[in-house]
Design a protein around this ligand. Structure first.
Ligand SMILES: [Zn+2]
Length: 166
């Protein structure tokens, strides 16, 4: 309230610019400033590994762990019949299309360890199995019923190294 009006206007303008410039990556639906996000446009990322998460913030949690060097796919939610959310409401078709594209050899399903996340993981395993990729699921360390984005780096790192076939 003590700041000059111009300062507040400049800040408001900067926030509006940010809101207009940031959008979902056209390939993985993580946060991007252009067409592709920083992960998709990084040629050093392993194109053979694809990690599937529910929300963009989950990507940040996994990046903090430093355990994963592949690419991501953000579903923008999880399957929840009670809330009327089926695969059609999520970015599942886009995921299947990416896996069909060829380069992916392993899909790591990192949906939350709650009822919706588990249901989504099993659905994805069934959808992706015929495409000839290995589908794995994060294992140890993540508390049941919790949210991936709030997990600490070490827990996420352990969950990654302990992933198992789905
Ligand atoms: Zn991306």
């Amino acid at each position: 309230m003590r700041a000059p009006r111009e300062t507040v206007e400049a800040l408001a303008g900067a926030l509006l610019d940010l809101r207009d410039q940031v959008r979902p990556c056209s390939r993985c639906f993580f946060i991007a400033e252009g067409e592709l996000c920083g992960v998709c446009s990084n040629p050093r990322r392993d194109q053979a590994q694809l990690c599937v998460v529910e929300e963009a913030l989950d990507v940040l949690a996994i990046e903090r762990s430093g355990e994963f060097t592949g690419l991501y796919h953000v579903l923008e939610g999880a399957i929840s019949p009670i809330d009327g959310v089926g695969p059609e409401q999520l970015r599942v078709a886009e995921l299947v299309e990416r896996v069909r594209g060829g380069e992916v050899r392993e899909v790591v399903v990192a949906t939350d360890p709650d009822v919706e996340g588990e249901a989504t993981a099993f659905y994805l395993a069934e959808r992706l199995a015929p495409l000839g990729v290995s589908v794995t699921r994060l294992a140890h360390g993540l508390p049941a019923g919790s949210d991936l984005q709030y997990a600490d780096e070490l827990t996420v790192a352990r969950a990654f190294s302990g992933r198992r076939a789905l």
